[in-house]
Ligand binder design. Structure first.
Ligand code: FAD
Length: 392
């Protein structure tokens, strides 16, 4: 039986960071990956350019039942620490918007950084290896795998969430947590496009491919970013962000004119162009096609000069407080992350060790810590991986 100090299950973002960190501390580290390819989500992230960090990252960018849980790990491994790492490896990158850092060239560079670090730290990575059983033993754990049995003092579960099931995602982390008596909170697909009710879909799919800056809100939470109409429903950063806060059956409020006083502008237009039709007027603020479809949907017609203040207020409400009830989301097939997961009350916030099970650690997306869009989920993967790597 092979004996190592640390087995890490899952060769993704958090697992590779944890492996290198533990390896540099002199631990013998073996990473087990059940697919043939490591770091698959890193490669597909950020449209192939990996939005690997957000310079404005803070605990406020995470959703969790315990919003304080992520603080310790994030303070010990910040966005700047990861930036310093990629700088040392000569990766070129740029800030796209809102503090989001992307590789200039390809996501492959981030994976190369992590693989190089693992190599330098003496980490062994074994692909095509399934863990059939994880049992506690007097010295730690015994793992039965498709490539033989292994004994380890510590085991780190870094198998991520459920999104992109045909890319290697499994429920392994949740299953192990449940097996060891840890609470797993409800999970759902998140950072995910909305699908629409048939009535809305029929009309709005005609705008497929059109994007527009909006404020998307649920209650007091809102995001001002781009929204994209798709043939299935609504997508784009504003929608993905608000999907983290959405519950089935809830409405989402869309303001198509964030920061713009549409009502005053409409009144001015009524004074200066009383004969102009409302669709023609709205086409000054959005594409003609969008104005036609939305004025049709909101049943707005007629010359501006014939519209009372009350009618203009109704138009303002239609465009700035548009309430949409999604029929659902596109689900794990296209979601970037899994919301919810292993209850952080079960985990030591400094080490990521399960409080009830000595030597068993959980890191990354499988925990109930979900970041906003924009590099925050990788910030969490690096920080939680580093925390466990320092502790094992
Ligand atoms: P992962 O990186 O998913 O790694 C888990 C690893 O475990 C995988 O290699 C998987 O194959 C392996 N595994 C699973 N089950 C088993 C098992 N039973 N046995 C062995 N191995 C197993 N976040 C950002 O911050 N910026 C972005 O630009 C960004 N873009 C994204 C784009 C897409 C399309 C997707 C899907 C996600 C994106 N994310 C992005 C989210 C980010 O990729 C994840 O939050 C992050 O990878 C989570 O890290 P992790 O280590 O927890 O899991």
């Amino acid at each position: 039986m092979q004996q190592v100090d640390v087995v890490i299950v899952g060769a993704g973002a958090s697992g590779l960071m944890c492996a290198a960190t533990a390896g540099y501390r002199g631990r013998s580290v073996l990473v087990l990956e059940h697919t043939a390819k490591i770091g698959r989500k890193i490669l597909m992230s950020g449209g192939g350019r990996c939005n690997f960090a957000n310079i404005h990252n803070s605990p406020a960018n995470f959703i969790s039942q315990n919003p304080h849980f992520c603080k310790s790990a994030l303070s010990r491994y910040s966005a700047q620490d990861f930036i310093d790492l990629v700088d040392r490896h000569g990766v070129e990158y740029h800030e796209k918007t809102l503090g989001q850092l992307f590789c200039n060239d390809s996501s492959k560079e981030i994976l190369r950084v992590l693989m190089t670090e693992c190599e330098w730290a003496g980490v062994e990575i074994r692909t095509n290896t399934e863990v059939h059983q994880l049992k506690q033993s007097p010295n730690g754990f015994q793992l039965q795998t498709s490539n033989g049995n292994i004994s380890a003092t510590s085991v780190v579960i870094a198998t991520g969430g459920l999104s992109i099931p045909n890319g290697g995602a499994t429920s392994f982390a949740y299953d192990i947590a449940t097996e060891y008596g840890l609470t797993v909170l409800p999970r759902s697909a998140s950072l995910v496009p909305f699908t629409l009710q048939p009535k809305d879909k029929e009309v709005l799919s005609e705008l497929s491919g059109v994007s527009h800056q909006v404020r998307a809100s649920i209650g007091h939470t809102s995001f001002v970013e781009m929204m994209l109409f798709t043939h299935r429903g609504l997508s784009g950063p504003a929608i993905l962000q608000i999907s983290n806060y959405w519950q089935p059956g809830e409405e989402v409020e869309i303001d198509l004119f964030p920061g713009f006083d549409l009502l005053s502008w409409l009144k001015e237009q009524r004074d200066s162009r009383p004969k102009a039709d409302i669709t023609t007027i709205m086409a000054q603020q959005m594409s003609k096609r969008m104005a036609q479809i939305l004025c049709g949907k909101f049943e707005l017609t007629g010359a501006l000069g014939n519209l009372s203040n009350k009618q203009l207020e109704a138009i303002n409400t239609a465009f700035c407080h548009w309430r949409i009830k999604p029929s659902g989301t596109e689900g794990y097939r296209t979601a970037e992350v899994t919301l919810g997961g292993i209850d952080t009350d079960e985990i030591n916030q400094k080490t990521m060790q399960a409080k009830k099970v000595e030597g068993l650690y959980f890191i990354g997306e499988c925990l109930d810590v979900t970041g906003h869009l924009g590099g925050h989920n990788f910030n969490w993967a690096w920080a939680s991986g580093f925390a466990a790597g320092q502790a094992v």
